[in-house]
Design a protein around this ligand. Sequence first.
Ligand code: ACO
Length: 399
Amino acid sequence: AIDIGTLTKQTGLTTLDQGFVNTAATQSAITYIDGDAGILRYRGYAIEDIAANSTYLEVAWLLIHGELPTAVELDRFEETIRRHTLLHEDLRRFFDALPHSAHPMSVLSSAVGALGTFYEDSLDVHDPEQVEISTIRLLAKLPVIAAYAHKKALGQAFLYPDNSLSFVDNFLKLNFGNMAEPYVVNPVLSKALERLLILHEDHEQNASTSTVRLVGSTEANIFSSISAGINALYGPLHGGANEAVLKMLGEIKASGESVEKFVERVKNKEEGIRLMGFGHRVYKNFDPRAKLVKESADEVLDALGVQDDLLDIAKELEAVALADDYFIERKLYPNVDFYTGVIYKAMGFPPRMFTVLFAIGRLPGWIAHWREMNADPATRIGRPQQLYVGPTERAWPRR
Ligand code: ACO
């Protein structure tokens, strides 16, 4: 078999594929997507079955190891993660060095980079024991770091993890508990958050996962790779869309502009505005996660007794867009994040935390991809080609 790099050199052919619309950078056995049919499967299991029956940590195991865990394996996995939730006290103090006004996504990526400095044994990326313990540390500590980013923005004291609680309940308590009174977990919140996290766990070669794999292909350790992935997720065209959707809905409400008028402005590309939470690189039919999230939005708001005009505006926007030729021709449908912001808001999270929640959801996928890339003997350092379009050789001007 001829190597593609050699073939490129021999033939002089290079493909320009801006945004990697048609170029596979890797083979992968983790997630299957059929964007035209609206199908998403993790390791062969339909996302609908997974969302209805599983837990965040069980799905994490599935993504990472390729099979569902046995009851004993899951028990041991959960217990090991519980034993690793504490952050080093120096890392707790690391948060003091950052301003209260910092965006929690910047805090998250910085703290994950810093986390790696406490575990330099992870630099040996080919030691399976190090890969395993780094996996546990990341899964256990990222939610704690995320909750501290939230507490820091609020100016509230950081709580220690309560390891008598489940993974998701512990996270809720770290975010919404305080030192003064006991925290009672609301099972509706807990179930809904677990479901949303599961829906975000993997999505094959999206921008942040590709970033994790690209950085990892240089044999940088998993903490550095995932810190880079968090930065890629931050942007409003990727994970930051959930925050951007809520901002858009709030602006429509505040301006009193009709939904039809707003959609008209989007279609006219006024100031480059887009209908945030709409469109997807691979789903050209519907995003199967969006359907599940929409169901959750109704359930959660009903159960919490919350009435939110923004949900009504979102539903109206969806109805108007889905009936409009602009969106039909371009195959633009609501994506996973069109309704998540409304749910996170009802749960009590500020908009700036929404993308952080996405990051916690996506972490198992990033880890699974980093490990798949790291274990694959075919992996080479990622190094895209370019087509040079600058000046040809020029004589240096005499001065
Ligand atoms: N609103 C209005 N028009 C849009 C939108 C949108 N949300 N998305 C795409 N279009 C239009 C483009 O203007 C373009 O139209 P044109 O052919 O007239 O120029 C056409 O649809 C194709 O758009 P591209 O930008 O080429 O599509 P691409 O696959 O590169 O982008 C993306 C996908 C980034 C998700 C895009 O649809 C978008 O910006 N959506 C809004 C942001 C968003 O919700 N991001 C979350 C993605 S999902 C996630 O990360 C979980």
